[in-house]
Design a protein around this ligand. Structure first.
Ligand code: FMN
Length: 219
């Protein structure tokens, strides 16, 4: 057993911090329009280390990150997105189809950083605690890490866009990662071209926010 670190004084998260934190959450946004200038060296690595502070079932830390820097692999992922997006369009008809066809659903062409995130389904870290009855909690843990990274990036003025319109098996093949890693999300990261308080899908009339009363039950 390693010795625990002596507990330092906890910070005082005062009212001003709390309201700033709320603003960060309100302004987070999924970003699909990126400036092409890159992040300062080491920024992505630093954001990944912040993501790794997220909670995880059994402290299993099952997140696995792939920085996609190779041009050929990026092109293959972009082609895969276009193929999946074209198939997705076939699920809509009429006005919905017209609206869908006009959506920008990936910032891959401009984002300077591409980060694929996976879950190691066979990690021995955590010794199975908490995931025996719910193996999916490993994946939930990875999603928590992505959200942590998302907020940390936004706090530095960096935008992130999550792309899920991809075939996980193809992403696994293109990026040549172990078979026991489950694909969770493909993240485009860079400085946003524009800032918005409202989600793009609301702005373009695809989906408005749903009233809270429809998803909270009291028992
Ligand atoms: C699991 C997940 C997958 C997503 N996949 C995509 C995607 O493939 N393409 C896209 O444009 N946005 C994607 N998004 C972003 C959502 O469209 C966005 O979060 C939502 O419209 C609300 O907008 P906001 O994030 O700006 O608040 C995804 C978000 C999540 C959480």
């Amino acid at each position: 057993m390693s010795n625990p670190v002596p507990n330092p004084e906890p910070p005082d998260f005062d009212g001003s911090f709390q309201s700033d934190f709320l603003e960060l959450i309100r302004w987070r946004r999924d970003v699909r329009r990126f400036r092409r200038d890159g992040l300062a060296e080491g920024t992505l690595e630093r954001l990944i280390s912040v993501a790794a502070l997220a909670p995880s079932v059994g402290n299993s830390q099952p997140w696995r990150f792939v920085m996609v820097r190779d041009g050929a692999r990026r092109t293959a992922i972009r082609d895969e997105f276009q193929r999946c997006n074209a198939r997705a369009l076939e699920n809509y008809e009429g006005e919905r189809a017209r609206l869908y066809a006009g959506l920008k659903l990936s910032g891959m062409d401009d984002a300077p950083e591409h980060l694929a995130v996976f879950c190691d389904e066979e990690t021995t870290a955590g010794q199975g605690l908490g995931s025996g009855t719910m193996p999916e909690t490993l994946r939930y843990s990875v999603v928590g890490a992505i959200q942590t990274l998302w907020l940390a990036a936004r706090a530095e003025g960096i935008g992130l866009g999550w792309v899920s319109i991809l075939d996980p098996a193809e992403v696994t093949r293109i990026l040549d990662v172990p078979e026991n890693w489950t694909f969770i999300g493909y993240l485009c990261i860079g400085y946003p071209e524009e800032e918005h308080l409202d989600p793009e899908l609301e702005r373009v009339g695809w989906q408005q926010r749903v009233a809270q009363s429809t998803f909270v039950l009291k028992r």
